[in-house]
Design a protein around this ligand. Structure first.
Ligand code: 26M
Length: 783
């Protein structure tokens, strides 16, 4: 092929053009004189992919040669964009972290699962959410490299038997089913560096060793049918981002992922070492939530059963390599696996977990004495109606570091969720506030802002160093700059308005305030508070003097997000949103003063369109419930003002931009606890009762259907405190209206929001993790 002779594929337009034509002819197999747009895209992506592969190889050759300590980032979910292999915050955060790891030249690998069905597509029929399968591999995926020779056997079921090893009794697992894991590599290029790291995703394939018995007994057809069952392991992503239901297939996925990844990691380590003493100096394993925490039992099994290390020696090594980040707040959200299920699928692992636990309990008794309540709270094994394994306790016990995702979250972990563990090991507990990558959330999604930033900062260096965004503060009083800033926002609002019109047929005014709440639908995120606020606004408009209406700030309220398929109340919130929208948008009397649109199928691509076009964004979680929140950071970077509670990372955002530059409302964490104790005696404003009555009385139709939804916020039952926060919410909304009618003031707030967003770059997050938790150094490939 053309330029291979001189080392690298070239990046000039002419070489690229030549390559594209080459791929049209030999990869897509079309004539270079006759191909369509999709085929052109395929040829282009193959040309880019060729260049990525070169960089990927150079990077990994260099890592292999210099042998730095490597980070292995283990996550069941990555929300990359086109590939929706994840649910929400946790998954998109993983993707941002991969981008930062590559850009900052860290020797890191990501491991995940190659689900054939990503997160479901949401379609709305008559206001109701329906789920459709996302079979994303239909047209092939040009960005992955199938490694048919990188395969591992993963085993399930079977029994544990005693074997004699040099006169000593040892337990060994005799598995009953074998599945093959095949690697698919996804190159992750860094920005402004040739370093290109790897995201290795595993797919399940039937093993050729499979069901030999059946072949011999002549049950050929059935054995083929059984083979297909094994392929289903990596078929589908579970669409729930909170509840853990103890499903066997989910457990199989987790172990399949863990086993394949660890075999790969250990094989790579053994290529350069002949014992395991150096493992902690060369390998950092990161548990992205508890989902991959079976790794702990699996690595003990490998070291003790297969590599024949002494238990204590193995345990000492293992305790030095794991770090753990938890993405949930409440104890009920923590993952548990019924021992029945675990014992049948992975009998040897259950034994190992029991042994880890009994050792830990012995240690603990020495430290804290016979405080049985505390011992049972801290045990890995939960004795209850359903005996189960507490994956968070396991992860904490075995990790050298336990990370929260914001300062507030970490305080909650220390004071509540994991208090017992904090008192035992205060030094393990850290926090590393989340971040998002400005490469995707400004450079890719908001090119006009990107150009403006580079122009006024006089450099593009902010793309690799987001701290430089503070330089915008120097220009905030420059009217020319503010004018350009407003123009950029208007352009992005135009783009969003067109999208809204094609999606929902609603025409919106560009002079209105674009007010956005996009995220997964959850009771704790309080989309219902937003909808009640909109109903209140509508009610006020209807009862207003015609003259007064001229003073009202027009609003376009935009809501988007998916509800987990089995989450009834969340689905009712979506329906209510549509019912209210129907009423308001068809009320000619209201016109442009108020519109409500639900954007269907909220995903990364939709976010890239919606976030740059937002004037105001809402983050309404009851204080103490959102571990961090990362959506707010993307809006902040795009100069969108926040209306938010003092929850998760918002507390730190306030430190950075100042409380004058956002609209804060609602009970603080300490107050939430007090208010909940009051229960039925809570003060709820009349406006709230009135709005609730309107919904109950069928003002928006479907009276019976909305009853159970209304019940969740009735006095005495209002766990998320919508009623008691409503007054302060309306005040914050009024303050936003007031600021919006002063465009210069609003624009200054917008600039100062973006200027303070540098700390919320995932580059800062990754640097903190690398230095404090993983102890890894940058390793830049010099060629
Ligand atoms: C578990 C078992 C079975 C099926 C699904 C799950 C599961 C998947 C994702 C459970 C939780 C999942 O994600 C939780 C999550 O997204 N948490 C969010 O993490 C963000 C990144 O740290 C934070 O910013 C959010 O506040 C937090 O809600």
């Amino acid at each position: 092929m053309f330029s291979l002779m001189d080392g690298f594929l070239k990046n000039d337009p002419f070489s690229l053009q030549k390559d594209i034509l080459h791929h049209v002819e030999y990869t897509v197999a079309r004539s270079r004189f006759n191909f369509d747009d999709y085929e052109a895209y395929q040829a282009l992506s193959h040309s880019v992919r060729d260049r990525l592969i070169e960089r990927w190889h150079d990077t990994h050759t260099y890592f292999k040669r210099t042998k730095p300590k490597r980070l292995y980032f283990l996550s069941l979910e990555f929300l990359m964009g086109d590939a929706a292999l994840g649910n929400g915050g946790l998954a998109r955060f993983s993707a941002c972290q991969m981008d930062s790891l590559a850009t900052l030249d860290y020797p890191a690998w990501g491991y995940g699962l190659r689900y054939e069905y990503g997160l479901f597509r949401q379609i709305i029929v008559d206001g109701f959410q329906h789920e459709q399968p996302d079979y994303w591999l239909n047209f092939g995926n040009p960005w992955e490299i199938e490694r048919i020779h990188v395969t591992y056997e993963v085993k399930f079921y079977g029994t544990v038997e005693d074997v004699d090893r040099n006169g000593e009794k040892h337990e060994v697992w005799i598995p009953g089913e074998t599945v093959e894991a095949v690697a698919y590599d996804n190159p992750i290029p860094g920005y402004g560096t040739r370093n290109t790291i790897n995201l290795r995703l595993w797919a399940a394939k039937p093993s050729n060793h499979f069901d030999l018995e059946a072949y011999n007994t002549g049950d050929y057809i059935n054995s083929i049918v059984n083979r297909q069952r094994t392929e289903s392991i990596s078929n589908v992503l579970y669409p729930d981002d909170r509840s853990h239901q103890g499903k066997e297939m989910r457990l199989k996925q987790q172990y399949f992922f863990v086993s394949a990844s660890l075999q790969d990691i250990i094989r790579r380590f053994k290529e350069a070492h002949n014992n395991f003493d150096e493992l902690p100096e060369k390998v950092a394993l990161h548990l992205n939530d508890t989902h991959p925490s079976l790794s702990i039992a699996e690595i003990m099994r490998i070291l003790v059963d297969e590599e024949q290390l002494d238990w204590n020696k193995a345990w000492n090594i293992v305790c030095k390599i794991f770090s753990f980040t938890t993405h949930t707040v409440v104890a009920e959200g923590l993952e548990k696996i019924p021992t029945d299920l675990l014992g049948s699928l992975l009998p040897r692992h259950l034994q190992i977990l029991y042994k880890i636990n009994s050792n830990f309990m012995e240690e603990l008794k020495k430290r804290i004495g016979l405080d049985y309540n505390r011992l049972s709270r801290m045990s890995i094994v939960e004795e209850g109606a359903v005996k189960s394994i507490r994956m968070a306790n396991l992860s904490i016990i075995c990790s050298h570091t336990v990370n929260g995702v914001s300062k507030l979250h970490s305080d909650t972990l220390k004071m509540r969720t994991f208090k017992d563990f904090y008192e035992l090991w205060p030094e393990k507990f850290q926090y590393t506030t989340n971040g998002v990558t400005q490469r995707r959330w400004i450079v890719v999604s908001n090119p006009s802002l990107c150009a403006l930033l580079s122009k006024w900062l006089g450099t593009e260096a902010w793309i690799r160093n987001a701290d430089l965004l503070t330089g915008l503060r120097d220009h905030v009083d420059n009217t020319g700059f503010r004018h350009e800033w407003k123009m950029v926002k208007r352009l992005n609002k135009m783009r969003l308005a067109e999208y809204i019109e094609t999606m929902s047929g609603v025409k919106v005014s560009l002079d209105a305030m674009f007010d956005v709440q996009v995220k997964r639908i959850h009771e704790y995120k309080r989309q219902l508070l937003n909808i009640f606020g909109i109903i209140h606004r509508y009610d006020c408009l209807k009862n207003m003097d015609k003259n007064d209406r001229t003073k009202v700030v027009p609003r376009v309220c935009i809501i988007g997000g998916k509800a987990a398929p089995g989450y009834e109340i969340a689905k009712k919130i979506i329906k209510l949103c549509h019912a209210v929208a129907e009423k308001i948008n068809n009320d000619a009397d209201i016109g442009d003063l108020l519109k409500l649109v639900f954007i269907p199928d909220y995903n990364v691509s939709v976010a890239e369109m919606v976030i740059p076009g937002a004037d105001l964004s809402q983050h309404l979680s009851t204080a103490g419930h959102e571990a961090s929140g990362t959506g707010s950071m993307k809006f902040l970077m795009n100069g969108c003002l926040l209306l938010a509670t003092a929850d998760g990372s918002t507390v730190e955002i306030i430190e950075e931009i100042g409380s004058d530059n956002l609209f804060l409302f609602g009970a603080k964490v300490q107050e939430v606890a007090e208010l909940r104790e009051k229960g039925g005696a809570l003060k709820v404003p009349l406006q709230f009762a009135r709005v609730l009555r309107m919904v109950r009385d069928g003002y928006f139709g479907d009276k019976d259907y909305f009853k159970s939804l209304c019940d969740t916020v009735e006095v005495g039952n209002d766990f998320y405190l919508l009623g008691s926060d409503f007054g302060s919410y309306l005040e914050a909304q009024a303050a936003a209206d007031k600021a919006f009618v002063e465009p210069e003031k609003w624009t200054k707030m917008s600039i100062l929001s973006a200027a303070g967003s540098g700390r919320f770059s995932s580059d800062r997050t990754i640097r903190e993790y690398a230095e404090r938790t993983w102890k890894i150094d940058p390793c830049q490939c010099p060629f």
